[in-house]
Write a protein that binds this ligand. Structure first.
Ligand SMILES: C[S@@+](CC[C@H](N)C(=O)[O-])C[C@H]1O[C@@H](n2cnc3c(N)ncnc32)[C@H](O)[C@@H]1O
Length: 230
């Protein structure tokens, strides 16, 4: 017998947006792992905190929060540590902010472990749908197409993709906000763009892009572009 690896989507921030299934698995998992900043807290753990049993073995996966190279050695080591528990028949639940397979860091552990150990992925409410709900504007309807874009793409790629779709979500806004504003303006989309930060959290903020200044955006922020109301 071996343990099962669970990738648990904990949603965008409001613990009430965790699924019943995620909570059930967390409450019985003997080992709970989560990504954590190398010098701070874990956003995923904070979301799920009230559902983590006191007796659970906790494993913080310290991931350097710097742009650039993916920290391969961190995930290699975390996979080895998790495998020790799985081999001893202990289930391991890995918390992932939002949904595990929507730009979620759980996928790096899945890549390393799912071929060897039983693995289940529990989907979560993603930031995409949480941000759309926060804007109170439908994102796509009927035959609309939606594109999801990391802000880190080159200007020309962002512009051509924005022009080819009815709706767009731009993630990882951060320091790219002034650049994104210029591209969106050139595409004539400013009036259709919302800026959302910390969707579903106590400090959630939603404004139209034209009402947002150019100060750097936090990590948990997104631009949403949709067709106007019908
Ligand atoms: C690495 S991706 C992780 C996405 C996550 N797995 C999900 O399903 O939402 C991180 C990006 O998601 C977006 N994001 C995540 N949570 C958010 C929130 N509560 N409000 C606004 N944007 C959020 C931001 O654009 C952030 O830079």
């Amino acid at each position: 017998m071996t343990g099962t690896l669970y990738g648990i989507g904990v949603g965008p921030g409001d613990p009430e947006l965790m699924t019943v299934k995620a909570v059930r698995i967390l409450q019985s998992a003997p080992v709970i792992a989560y990504p954590a900043a190398d010098d701070g807290d874990s956003s995923a753990r904070m979301i799920a905190a009230q559902f983590i049993p006191g007796e659970a073995i906790e494993m913080a996966i310290r991931v350097p929060m710097r742009p650039g190279r993916m920290p391969v050695e961190v995930y290699d080591q975390a996979a080895r540590d998790i495998a020790v528990h799985l081999a001893e028949d202990r289930d391991v639940a890995v918390l992932c902010e939002g949904d595990p397979f929507f730009y979620g860091s759980f996928m790096y552990l899945h890549d390393r472990l799912a071929g060897t150990w039983p693995c289940r992925v529990v989907p979560g409410v993603s930031s995409l749908t949480a941000c759309a709900a926060a804007t109170a504007h439908p994102l796509v309807r009927r035959n609309d197409t939606l594109i999801v874009l990391p802000a880190t793409l080159p200007d020309a790629d962002l512009a051509s993709r924005l022009e080819a779709n009815n709706a767009a979500a731009i993630l990882k806004v951060g320091r790219h906000l002034p650049r994104l504003r210029t591209i969106i303006e050139a595409c004539g989309l400013t009036a259709r763009t919302h800026y959302v930060e910390y969707a579903s959290r106590d400090n959630e903020m939603v404004v139209r892009l034209e009402d947002r200044d150019d100060s750097p955006a936090p990590y948990f922020s997104m631009l949403l572009i949709s067709e106007g109301d019908n």
